[in-house]
Write a protein that binds this ligand. Structure first.
Ligand SMILES: Nc1ncnc2c1ncn2[C@@H]1O[C@H](COP(=O)(O)OP(=O)(O)OP(=O)(O)O)[C@@H](O)[C@H]1O
Length: 288
């Protein structure tokens, strides 16, 4: 089924200097999709995200939200539509975590305002949803990087926008919080939210995303369903790393490196199992 285009990126080129970082990048995002941007360090993911948010102006091309050029939409209006979770964020002011989350309500407020009971409830719900209510009174400057990341995601939720653009949202999170974040994204997507997120984990894309856009040297090299384009060959082309994409139980896909500890044979990747023919559990899995 063809999804209604929500965001259209048309022929974007951009360079910080004379050299282009992005070249002729085009794609569209449908309402309710979860789209993952994948690519090696420095390939242009964050730059593309900043252009999609109107924070950087492209040299050529444009970004359209529901047909309107993003550069012409007032920032307050845009904030009601799109919430941004940046890769890293530091604050010099020791705001309480609750206050940082409440800042997500500002686009809904007039110039002079006080937070209403509804704002407080929305912020408390967002903290609760991310399981960080216990941090509410802590200073944002005195919590860990992962806790800050969760706070920013809660702020994005409190903002009430239906589209989330997230730059490596799982990067600072511990393993449990990474999985809980993926879970939240799936739940919110079922409620009609749209997600565009960059990641360095092809597995995260395989597990939750509808679509992946693979970027290399500032250009799109593949765009399609995760199951179809997150392949061993494409991962090698992106990361210069040999990885098998395996099918678990016919539904879940996982990435398994072909070589760890110098053993090139598929499956022989732990010191214990090295050179042991019997101990190859991965043989039972089907290679994609
Ligand atoms: N403010 C800047 N000024 C000049 N060059 C920049 C600036 N920000 C990024 N770049 C360069 O632009 C290119 C793309 O950077 P970008 O941050 O978009 O990559 P990325 O794919 O998000 O990388 P990573 O996965 O490491 O976060 C890189 O070569 C980077 O060095």
């Amino acid at each position: 089924m063809e999804l209604k285009p929500l965001i259209e990126v048309e022929k974007i080129s951009f360079g910080y200097t004379r050299e282009n970082v992005l070249n002729d990048v085009s794609f569209s995002i449908g309402e309710g999709e979860i789209v993952t941007l994948l690519g090696p360090n420095g390939c242009g993911k964050s730059t593309l995200i900043k252009i999609m948010l109107g924070l950087l102006r492209p040299a050529n091309g444009g970004v359209f939200l529901n047909g309107r050029n993003i550069g012409e939409i007032r920032s307050k209006t845009l904030a009601g539509e799109i919430a941004y979770v940046p890769q890293t964020h530091r604050s010099s002011f020791p705001y309480a975590v609750l206050d940082v989350v409440l800042m997500g309500r500002i686009p809904h407020k007039p110039f002079f305002f006080r937070y209403s009971k509804t704002d407080l409830r929305v912020a408390a719900d967002a903290l609760n949803r991310l399981s960080i209510s216990h941090l509410a009174e802590r200073a944002y400057t005195e919590i860990s990087g992962g806790e800050r990341q969760l706070t920013l995601i809660a702020r994005a939720l409190a903002q009430g926008a239906k589209t989330f653009i997230m730059d490596e949202p799982a990067s600072g999170l511990d393993y449990g919080n990474q999985l809980r974040l993926l879970d939240q994204i799936i739940k919110l997507s079922r409620e009609g939210y749209t997600f565009i997120k960059s990641t360095h984990s092809p597995e995260h894309a395989l597990w939750i995303a509808d679509r992946a856009i693979l970027i290399k040297n500032g250009a799109i090299v593949a765009d399609g369903k995760c199951d179809e384009i997150i392949t061993s060959e494409n991962l090698f082309s992106l990361y210069n790393a040999r990885v098998n994409v395996l099918n678990l139980n016919g539904s879940l896909r996982v990435c398994v490196p072909q070589t760890i500890c110098g053993c090139a044979e598929f499956g022989n990747f732990s010191r214990q199992t090295c050179h042991s023919e019997e101990a190859l559990p991965w043989r039972a899995l089907q290679e994609v």
